[in-house]
Write a protein that binds this ligand. Structure first.
Ligand code: C2E
Ligand code: CA
Ligand code: CA
Ligand code: CA
Length: 278
């Protein structure tokens, strides 16, 4: 029995070692990817109730030289364990501001929503850096939305609110992402200077078929309306989900496979009708 126990423990330790080794590998190659040219911006359309394009969410991908195109789930959590996420996040913000500065975006007043990580937002110089970036790229701050999660806000509530106010003063809007999945979302709404909430796709998914989720979505919609917040429903995949939402809130925005998958920024831009030539 002693031998078996020892064997199990040795196996367990070896497993841990491999996981750590793998993470180390990802970290090393990711550092290289951020410095190099392997990250890609994907855009996923957001539309209004009339089906009019209003903008897109920016979703990062890693074009890995060996493993192909990687979704954020494969590398963002690892990047978030160190300052790697700061470099990655700043790269995404810089690329997004460059996109916003394109004439076609400015003329059609198309917005971009960019995801922020807690560690990135906690940087003391986050706001002045973004201000400098907006100035150097000449992007219109009013077309930029920053998506934050409840977790990021909880980290240091006063610091987060202070920065959100400064950003609002620049014209940048704040969105509370994955709304409803935290444990105290409702309590925060009253105290946060935000402009938008995104209903998590888990609620959207079951709203038409589950009475419980339907009631939750209805509650979120009425709270948002009370606070004058824009609502984006994420993960809308079916007509039934869209209809359920439209019947209860005629002026929310929609994002999901029903309207378009995330796609490379070049492809997304190529489908925009050209604006006026001057
Ligand atoms: P998220 O912010 O909740 O982004 C929405 C995710 O839902 C995206 O996954 C998107 O591809 C997926 N999605 C969109 N529509 C549908 C749908 O109709 N059905 C289903 N089943 N899924 C849909 P993705 O691109 O894999 O991104 C995953 C997460 O990675 C994001 O979740 C976000 O938290 C994070 N992320 C992505 N880009 C960045 C970034 O630049 N910085 C940071 N910090 N996080 C990022
Ligand atoms: Ca998001
Ligand atoms: Ca989300
Ligand atoms: Ca989500």
């Amino acid at each position: 029995a002693k031998q078996a126990g020892g064997g199990r423990s040795a196996f367990f330790e070896q497993g841990m070692g491999e996981a750590a080794e793998q993470r180390f590998q990802v970290e090393r190659t990711l550092r290289h990817a951020i410095a190099g040219d392997e990250l890609r911006l994907f855009l996923q359309s957001q539309v209004d109730a009339q089906g009019q394009l209003t903008g897109a969410e920016v979703l990062v991908r890693w074009q890995h030289p060996r493993d192909g195109l990687l979704a954020p789930g494969a590398f963002i959590p690892i990047a978030e364990e160190s300052d790697l996420i700061v470099g990655l996040g700043n790269w995404v913000l810089a690329q997004s501001c460059a996109l916003l500065a394109l004439p076609v975006m400015r003329e059609q007043r198309l917005r971009l929503s960019v995801n922020l990580s807690a560690r990135q937002f906690r940087q003391a110089h986050f706001v002045p850096q973004l201000r400098a970036l907006l100035e150097s790229t000449r992007a219109d701050p009013r077309l930029l939305t920053l998506e934050v999660t409840e977790g990021l806000v909880i980290d240091d509530f006063d610091d987060a609110v202070g920065k959100m106010r400064e950003l609002a003063a620049l014209g940048v809007e704040m969105s509370l992402d994955d709304f409803g999945t935290g444990y105290s979302s409702l309590a925060y709404l009253k105290r946060l200077p935000i402009h938008e909430i995104k209903i998590d796709r888990s609620f959207v998914h079951d709203a038409p078929t589950s009475a419980d989720d339907g009631v939750l979505v209805q509650a979120i919609l009425s709270v948002a309306s009370h606070f004058g917040l824009r609502v984006v429903a994420e993960g809308v995949e079916t007509r039934a989900q869209a209809d359920f939402l439209r019947q209860r809130a005629p002026d929310i925005l929609y994002q999901g496979y029903l309207y378009g998958r995330p796609e490379p920024q070049e492809d997304w831009l190529a489908r925009l009708s050209p604006g006026p030539l001057v």
